[in-house]
Write a protein that binds this ligand. Structure first.
Ligand SMILES: [Zn+2]
Length: 191
């Protein structure tokens, strides 16, 4: 990352995370779709960056900070705040903030465009190997299937899995003729 941008962002933010105000572990975060310039980047702390990049680790309470940062004068900060509030809207309070949130047309278009460009949730097996739809996996322990007397035995191969779109911890597959949801931490990719 170009040092010039980081300097510009440190000056703009007063050496603080532009989302939560933390002063530690600051780095440049490019707000997609980005041209790499300071106007399309924010300065963010490791906690914010980590949770943005790994939505499954998001701690809603951390993002109470958006209550303040959504009023930033910086479009890139507003865009991130808007996207994060949208991700969290199921919590209730983010919806209240979104209802108050004003974005001009250009900024709103940017905020919405970036959502599509965000990386999709990634499904990985017990070893961290990425899983894809259609893969075959092996169960690494006996699993009781919810709502049935079926136990899916350790070592069972499950072919042609499906990824649960909004939950990186779940896949679906057929065991003994029954379509079941399986936690990714209990499977190993075969082959
Ligand atoms: Zn932060």
């Amino acid at each position: 990352m170009a040092a010039g941008i980081e300097q510009a962002l440190r000056a703009r933010s007063g050496d603080a995370c532009e989302l939560c105000g933390a002063a530690d572990d600051l780095d440049v975060y490019a707000v997609a779709p980005s041209d790499g310039g300071a106007d399309r980047s924010i300065l963010a702390c490791a906690t914010c960056r980590g949770q943005i990049e790994h939505p499954e680790t998001m701690d809603p309470n951390h993002w109470r900070c958006l209550n303040d940062s959504m009023w930033s004068e910086v479009p890139a900060v507003k865009v991130m705040a808007w996207r994060l509030l949208n991700r969290l809207r199921g919590e209730g309070w983010p919806q209240d903030l979104l209802d108050m949130f004003y974005l001009d047309d250009d900024t709103r278009a940017w905020a919405e465009a970036g959502e599509a460009a965000e990386p999709a949730v990634k499904h990985t097996d017990c070893h961290g190997t990425e899983l894809a739809a259609g893969d075959t996996v092996t169960l690494i322990k006996d699993l009781d299937v919810k709502g049935s007397s079926l136990t899916a035995k350790r070592g069972t191969a499950v072919r042609n899995i499906r990824l649960v779109a909004d939950n990186p911890e779940q896949i679906e597959g057929r065991v003994d003729g029954q379509q079941i949801v399986i936690l990714t931490k209990f499977v190993k990719k075969s082959g």
